[in-house]
Write a protein that binds this ligand. Structure first.
Ligand code: UDP
Ligand code: MG
Length: 343
């Protein structure tokens, strides 16, 4: 009888354990980071295992072409706290992060890069701030010494533009490395837009926020996935998702140019009345025609960019597709199609 009671007690305990979710989830997007995964997990595990909370680490393989997936599999085999999902192709960092957020079960979720530019040791301070009641705790990089000079210049220009003309105010130095409370995560997940600019979304959702300063380290191995054209695309996405200024600019430019043209007409009319026609007027004609054609093409292009975005959103495709999950099934509430599952 005693034994039966003991067994029932054990089963109930196991059920409680399995329904219990970890307090902290760490999500890491991975695209060709094979050489960084072992050092990353060593440093990360040292921090997490020393903490007084339960945790899970979710690795999102964003269609890596190197053997990142193999490395992820072996990490997951070594530790039951590590879980992974592998997307069906490269969807980009912003979407990979969203996939991780979809799957995170923690009361707080930490987002970090796989290349050790985000020191895992900062997590302890993030959690401290979270326990003090902050819901949006972001790592605030102190300097950009590890970035190429040209990137620093363009990044600053971009942030100034968004600050001035965008709908959101981005805290300086805040990136993806941050902790979000469950409430903030759910708010983020309620926005399923395709052209995702997470830094804007983090700011848009609000919640009590605080920055934790840190120094960015150099990338441990491999190279940055963001080349110039990808960064430009990223900046354009960011600016267009959070501002309609590019559309308005052309209204103002149009008004200004039309005003100028009227003044010019007045000037020519007066001159003709006073001195008569001297030149056939070919140069001014060709100059103005070319100029206005240019203005029209540019404004059409800007409208086109917005329409392309609208088109992308209305197609309503899923944000990403999952090919494989490792160490746990997908959460039910999310819809991605799984084609293969490995436990
Ligand atoms: N990343 C990703 N998908 C991509 C590009 C990047 O998941 O298409 C990941 C990458 O593996 C890394 C993080 O996003 O963990 C940041 O990338 P990276 O270091 O190249 O960006 P940077 O630090 O130069 O901004
Ligand atoms: Mg990096």
């Amino acid at each position: 009888m005693k034994e039966i009671c003991y067994i029932i007690q054990k089963i109930m305990q196991a059920q409680v354990m399995s329904s219990h979710h970890p307090e902290i989830s760490v999500i890491i997007p991975i695209y060709n980071e094979a050489n960084n995964l072992a050092p990353l997990s060593a440093r990360l595990s040292a921090v997490l295992e020393g903490g007084d909370y339960s945790f899970e680490v979710i690795l999102i393989n964003d269609g890596s072409q190197d053997d990142s997936l193999e490395k992820i599999r072996s990490l997951c085999a070594q530790s039951p706290n590590y879980r992974a999902l592998s997307l069906s192709r490269n969807f980009g960092k912003e979407v990979a992060i969203t996939a991780g957020l979809d799957q995170a079960r923690g009361d707080a979720v930490i987002i970090m890069d796989a290349d050790l530019q985000h020191p895992p040791e900062l997590i302890t301070q993030f959690i401290e701030k979270w326990r003090q009641g902050y819901k949006n705790v972001y790592g605030q990089r102190q300097d950009r010494a590890t970035d190429p000079r040209i990137r620093v210049i363009f990044t600053q220009l971009f942030y100034r533009l968004v600050e001035k003309y965008g709908d959101v105010s981005l805290p300086s130095g805040a990136g993806d490395y941050r902790l979000l409370d469950r409430q903030a995560v759910d708010a983020l997940l309620s926005m399923r837009e395709r052209a995702r600019f997470n830094k804007g979304l983090y700011a848009w959702i609000g919640f009590s926020s605080v920055g934790v300063p840190y120094t960015v380290e150099s990338r441990a191995a491999g190279e940055s996935k963001f080349n110039f054209s990808r960064l430009m695309q990223f900046a354009l996405d960011g600016f267009m998702s959070f501002s309609s200024i590019p559309l308005k600019i052309w209204t103002y430019a149009g008004l200004l140019i039309s005003g100028f043209a009227l003044a010019m007409a007045l000037y020519y009319w007066t001159r003709t009345m006073l001195f008569g026609v001297d030149l056939p007027g070919f140069p001014s004609l060709i100059v103005s025609i070319t100029f206005f054609s240019g203005v029209q093409l540019i404004s059409l292009g800007v409208i086109g960019e917005y329409i392309a975005r609208i088109f992308n959103e209305v197609k309503g495709r899923p944000l990403y597709l999952v090919e494989e999950t490792i160490n746990y099934p997908l959460l039910d509430k999310k819809k991605p199609h799984i084609t293969k599952e490995q436990s």
